[in-house]
Design a protein. Sequence first.
Lengths: 299, 415
Amino acid sequence: MYQLDHLKELEAESIFVIREVAAQFENPVLMFSGGKDSILMLYLARKAFYPARLPFPLLHVDTGHNFPETIAFRDELVEKWKLRLIVASVQDAIDRGLVHEERGIHASRNGLQTAVLLEAIEKHGFDAALGGGRRDEEKARAKERFFSHRDEFGQWDPKNQRPELWNLFNAKKQVGEHFRVFPISNWTELDVWQYLHREQVPLPSLYFAHERPCIKRNGVLLADSEYLQKKPEETPATYKVRFRTIGDMTCTGAVLSEADTLEKVIEEIATTRITERGARADDKRSETSMEDRKKEGYF
Amino acid sequence: MHTELLRFTTAGSVDDGKSTLIGRLLYDSKAIHQDQYEAIEKSSKRRGEEEVNLALLTDGLKAEREQGITIDVAYRYFSTPKRKFIIADTPGHIQYTRNMVTGASTANVALILMDARKGMLEQTRRHAIIASLLQIPHLLVCINKMDLVDYSEEVYEKLRDEFEAFAAKLDVKDVSYIPISALKGDNVVHRSENMSWYEGPTLIYYLENVHIASDYNFIDCRFPVQLVIRPNTDEFHDYRGYAGRVAGGIFKKGDEVMLLPSGFSSKIEAIDTYDGEVEEAYPPMSVVIRLENELDLSRGDMIVRPNNVPEVTQDLDLMICWFDNKPLRLRGKYIIQHTTRTARCLVKEIRYKMDINTLHRNLDDREIKMNDVARISLRTTQPLFVDPYSRNRITGSVILIDEATHQTVAAGMVI
């Protein structure tokens, strides 16, 4: 029977979109955070151009507050697959005075990434930035296009998006404008895990259950680290945890888990009642915090 | 594990129970998570609403939540062990026709909601007409709010006959009907105990089993070239492959092929993927095709079979839906995108405007404004390789782009 299963169909769609980017833009870049979605993106991009090499570099906006495991994993991949990596450093931007560090107990460098990303896009003249955003992640993202236009300030105008029909992607733009492209828009968290499992894609250890000292704040477990500002009464305790998303150490919540293999992780996700961003402190700031950040030019 | 992907579209406003129905499908299939549910519970309370407003789940943008309306297409996901579903959830009002058209463009199934108390409304007709215009292969009419008409078989049959009479005028192949109550859950996921007279499937059973394997065209071989793969490495020194996604037909290794626009012929040497060579490629696979001899072939060109070629033409007859604030300009020039090919075009003629509530062809009013559907003729700067939209939704569709603003101003279907 001539019918692809859902993962093969999603893969075919993503590869088509990634190839459209290479064909329709002059200077694209793949945003890479070291998280599972960007690992998937990189994997699909390699498939899209095989046996040729990846025709664009990776861009990592490094907050300086990454898990050390993430950086080690990133560097290993870059080495193994002979990729070109550009690092845009938030610490460097703070030192130069481009952005200012947030203060206080909830301080996070998450919001600072936007200015650093936009600066890197401008500096390198990127006209398309491929991202691993998915529509099932968050309500503002559910409205996102595959090819998402950004004005000369890098802003998103959600009320005035170009209609996107069939598989025809309009990449026309003025000088100075750019696009964000989301090839895995139609994947759900479970699809991602099932695919990574089926394809045996290596992942950072953070995604699997391990013992780690954490503090509990507003119901979210945060990894203890030198970057996390603690109240006097907050003393770390050791929990068996894993991470469902990987971002900054200061705002990425861990979940209690016994899932130490991919099979167990998939089983856990299939039965869980909390979304993966439910543990992200950055999304809990307000009802529309993702939409607000995206309008300014966030990932 | 073999789960298929089914895309369906819904259209409507809060009143006709669309959000309640989607909410129920998501909730009963466990696609709504606890934190999402708590978040909308909190918002509902803050807005002074008594019940948890499931519409808040689908209305994602700040402006939509403030106004309590759906403006843009939102995509929702849920799955059962049999299939994964993508819902393109669109507004139903006439001023958002363009969003309905967008949601309909990739759908296998159009789910049309009809209020059992109100019967056929203008909106019901409009949704069905758009579904037929966009050639959605399957139409599912859900006669909703059956609980408010005492689950009456008579009411159901009357509405079904009424819709059937209307559908006869449309170009739709497969129409099914289900009496439901989205609010009470009758015939959505669970079979209704209140309608023992109904012997058809539940909504979820229908969605899980409707035959979609032949929704693509597997007859006419069409392979629009996206880009040329040339590794230039020691290992793959002389490698040259054509990357693309199969838009129709089944390509096999060893097949005689013809290239457009050159008309040259060649043979398929191999069909490559990252996971190895494959014997055949069919829609919607993304592959790389290698040919036996080196020929001039690049993005925008098409690989077809010598005995089955699309129409090669610079003159197009289209049904369009207009998207832009500024009306369509007769003799105006636009950018046109068709498969992987981009050209410029000139609007030669506006034949008529179609009233999408009545199907009436208006030959006098030729001012085509936002959300209007019209039949037009174009002349393109380069030949395009087209099939009628009714034969192939991929090679039969185009978009028009404004040369100055770069906005996508129209969706077009080849007649």
